[in-house]
Design a protein around this ligand. Structure first.
Ligand SMILES: O=P(O)(O)OC[C@H]1O[C@](O)(CO)[C@@H](O)[C@@H]1O
Length: 480
């Protein structure tokens, strides 16, 4: 077994990714000068906020400040006052607001959704207020322009509002740029519908902090004019790195997720990842093995396959982190490189019955990255109901968690048997702390890989291209 284990218990098992049949010791050794230089660049970015070659949308040098987020300190983005403001919002919402609707897309949605799923799970909105400990029901409705979904949500809110007097909905509109079509259009539809139905709607804005002047976002101006509380998407923190900022934390705070433990996990991971020794630094090891698997072995697809339903959204969050950060046409010197590794969402065991056929026998172009959870506090055991049937007796008497892990390790073994690499992030438990460790490690891995590939991991010029076409099409629709 080849593993990197932190004191917290967080483990990165690379037995099936590192070795003679996958990325070799020699390859990693030969790569040492490159990853050492990248490590120095990331260390420097931590101290100064400067990552050479990173430019903003307007082509201006821009700081990269996400490494500061785990530290709740005076003068930092997550100052004690800002964390307190989030907790205060949660306190005043609890036992008063019935339903919260989060409206954001991309980085203004995906990270928060992970926190929600880990904390609340699939059945949250079916629980009683007592079971939710007074925290509101929660929906996400800004991540598409799908009238069927919005109609369904409005229908639900109208029906639910009849169940109690003074029913209150809170809309949390999250947009760094402040005018993104999906959250803003859905917000306007929701507001009109709540107004027409006579349901109280409160609004909270989460956007860029610029107050007044050219840089003030539309959402910020509107929030000021309307007297809505404003929370911030900090300068220097791109959407896909913003789960540790108010963007993600507001979702956590409003649904009872322990945001301080989440940040503690991220902070402890950040400490571990300051170590230049690749066998002590999970982000360095992860990024080096994934980069070399792509570069030297053609493994440029990464399947992120957590064995836990509530972590499917982690995989969806990672899609944006990997794809938007590393999928780049130009390198930092402006040469065309068309770099990227393609992320794929999967969940075990579900996708063993859908994708595994292709992972096992399709092109040799993937690394399957598992996530497993060691301890399940609510583990259930399959009862001995039909022991007369050997096929059912084979798993009767076993806890579901053991069946899950047996399935995952069988998958890894089967892949390895055909020389197909995989790795496993092992979380001691599915807690805010360990989730913070994992998500922060992935953010740092991407920062390292940007350096190996010599691309700007913190911009996203490619998403501007279609937006220009969309603007033109909407204008034509208005003119009709
Ligand atoms: O927070 P905003 O500005 O609404 O942007 C949402 C998402 O749109 C993008 O800008 C492009 O898709 C992402 O980078 C971002 O996370």
């Amino acid at each position: 077994m080849t593993q990197l284990k932190l004191r917290s218990g967080f483990t990165f098992d690379v037995t099936n990714l590192y070795g003679p049949k996958a990325v070799t010791e020699e390859e990693v050794k030969a790569f040492e000068p490159v990853y050492t230089k990248a490590h120095e660049a990331v260390m420097n970015m931590r101290k100064t906020g400067i990552m050479p070659g990173h430019l903003s949308k307007d082509g201006e040098p821009e700081e990269v400040l996400f490494p500061q987020l785990p530290y709740i300190e005076e003068g930092n983005i997550n100052s004690p006052e800002r964390i307190f403001a989030l907790e205060e919002l949660a306190r005043t919402t609890r036992n008063r607001v019935d339903t919260v609707v989060f409206l954001g897309i991309g980085g203004s949605y995906l990270g928060g959704k992970v926190l929600f799923d880990v904390q609340c799970g699939e059945f949250w909105n079916l629980k009683s207020t007592e079971e939710r400990k007074g925290f509101p029901k929660a929906f996400f409705a800004g991540n598409n322009v799908d009238s069927h979904k919005m109609t369904g949500l409005i229908h639900f809110l109208k029906a639910d509002s009849h169940t109690k007097p003074n029913y209150t909905v809170m809309a949390v509109v999250i947009s760094k740029s402040g005018s993104t079509i999906e959250p803003m259009s859905n917000y306007m539809v929701l507001k009109q519908a709540m107004n027409d139905a006579g349901i109280a709607l409160e609004t909270v804005a989460v956007t860029d902090p610029h107050d007044g002047g050219e840089k003030e976002t539309l959402l910020h101006g509107l929030a000021k004019k309307s007297g809505w509380p404003i929370f911030y998407v900090p300068d220097g923190v791109g959407g896909r790195f913003s789960v540790f900022s108010e963007v993600g934390l507001i979702v956590g705070a409003l649904t009872g997720f322990d945001i301080r433990q989440f940040l503690d996990g991220a902070r402890d991971m950040d400490h571990a990842c300051q170590n230049p020794d690749i066998w002590q630094n999970p982000a360095l090891l992860n990024s080096v093995l994934k980069f070399l698997a792509g570069k030297n072995h053609g493994r440029d697809l990464e399947v992120l396959m957590p064995y836990a339903d509530n972590l499917k959204s982690l995989s969806e969050w990672y899609i944006q982190l990997l794809a938007e950060s590393l999928g780049k046409r130009l390198d930092k010197q402006g040469n065309v490189v068309n770099y990227g590794r393609t992320p794929i969402v999967a969940v075990g065991t579900t996708d063993m019955h859908a994708q595994t056929q292709e992972h096992q026998e399709g092109p040799q172009d993937k690394v399957v990255q598992f996530v497993s959870v060691e301890n399940w506090p609510d583990d259930v055991t399959v009862p001995h109901l039909y022991d007369e049937y050997p096929k059912l007796a084979a798993f009767s008497g076993l806890p579901l968690s053991q069946i899950l892990e047996a399935a995952r390790s069988s998958n890894a073994e089967a892949l390895a048997g055909d020389g197909r690499p995989s790795a496993n992030y092992i979380l001691p438990a599915l807690t805010p702390y360990h989730l913070g460790e994992l998500m922060f490690m992935l953010c740092l891995s991407i920062a390292y890989e940007g350096e190996y590939a010599n691309v700007d991991a913190f911009n996203q010029p490619g998403v501007e291209v279609y937006k220009k076409f969309l603007g033109g099409r909407l204008k034509k629709l208005q003119e009709k």
